[in-house]
Design a protein around this ligand. Structure first.
Ligand code: SF4
Length: 108
């Protein structure tokens, strides 16, 4: 399964809706290595670098992502889904088939 389809399956958010407008850019804070819009572009490219960048784990980026997309994408749900996918891939969860934990309010 591609990264984009994984995000869609978990969150209901289709990253293809991104219009690369960069309105979600909040700058690159000290605990970020790439802008939020670049993280979204990595998902579009199915580039698993998205799972390893510091921005994904930035709490300030997560906070800023809430309501940041003027096109209606729920970027905080996307970030939380990517965090869970990254943990799953790195083996933090070692129970096969374990359900990913996304807060109910973040589900589409
Ligand atoms: S604001 Fe939304 S549509 Fe624009 S670049 Fe960011 S994610 Fe894409």
């Amino acid at each position: 399964m591609t990264l984009r389809s994984t995000v869609k399956k978990i969150t209901g958010q289709d990253i293809y809706a991104c219009q690369a407008c960069n309105d979600c850019d909040i700058g690159t804070l000290t605990d970020m290595d790439i802008p939020l819009s670049s993280l979204i572009q990595l998902i579009l490219l199915n580039d698993e670098e998205a799972l390893q960048c510091r921005t994904l784990w930035s709490d300030s980026a997560l906070q800023a992502s809430r309501g940041a997309c003027k096109r209606g994408l729920d970027l905080s749900a996307v970030m939380l889904a990517l965090r869970e996918e990254s943990k799953r891939k790195t083996g933090e969860y070692n129970t096969p088939g374990q359900k990913l934990r996304i807060p109910p309010s973040k589900k589409a």
